[in-house]
Design a protein around this ligand. Structure first.
Ligand code: IMP
Ligand code: MG
Length: 178
């Protein structure tokens, strides 16, 4: 039987909204006059991306979606990432901003950035809502981070636990009962 758990609020709707406005302002400034192409990593980043683009002041902003799964997540070997859904548009010459929900080991993104760079974009940067720096294994340069969090399993605002809790308007930490 699945273990019982509760969800403890980590970031409220108001805190998320304030942080996303802050990120949006920084990104608006950095991408002024650029041919900005947002790559949203499905499925977890969908809610964050939807909120973030409303706070970015760039009328040329375009969005595309990608779904990837990482091989060898719990092994030491470094396999390639498997593309479950590729981008619809070419990214050559574009200023790509990858939007991710949470960076854990960094393995997925490190491989994804390497893959996207082979397609000759003008630039590639990463924006993540959450970052668990303690867990990092792969070297990945993250320009925009919403919140750095401790090594806890979180849900809500698009992020799931066994495909559940994505619709929560806040971010919560899963706490298992003994
Ligand atoms: P990694 O950085 O390659 O280890 O993988 C990051 C991915 O693992 C994220 O995009 C999430 O899909 C998932 N993930 C990592 N930490 C959590 C968490 O606390 N809750 C839910 N999913 C998580
Ligand atoms: Mg993800």
């Amino acid at each position: 039987m699945a273990k019982d758990y509760i969800i403890e609020t980590m970031f409220t709707e108001e805190e998320l909204d304030a942080k996303i406005r802050e990120l949006g302002a920084r990104i608006s400034n950095d991408y002024k006059d650029k041919d900005m192409h947002i790559v949203c990593i499905l499925r977890g980043a969908a809610v964050f991306m939807a909120e973030l683009i409303k706070r970015i002041d760039n009328h040329n902003l375009d969005i595309d979606f990608m779904s990837v799964s990482s091989y060898g997540h719990d092994t030491v070997s470094s396999g390639d990432i498997k593309i479950l859904k590729d981008l619809d548009e070419p990214i050559e010459g574009k200023d790509v901003l990858i939007v991710e929900d949470i960076i854990d080991t960094g393995r997925t993104l490190a491989k994804l950035v390497a893959l996207l760079k082979t397609r000759n974009p003008k630039s590639v940067e990463i924006c993540t809502l959450l970052d668990k720096p303690e867990r990092r294994e792969a070297d990945v340069d993250v320009k925009y981070v919403g919140f750095k969090i401790p090594d806890k399993f979180v849900v809500g605002f698009g992020i799931d636990y066994a495909q559940k809790h994505r619709g929560l308007p806040y971010i919560g930490a899963v706490k298992f009962k003994d």
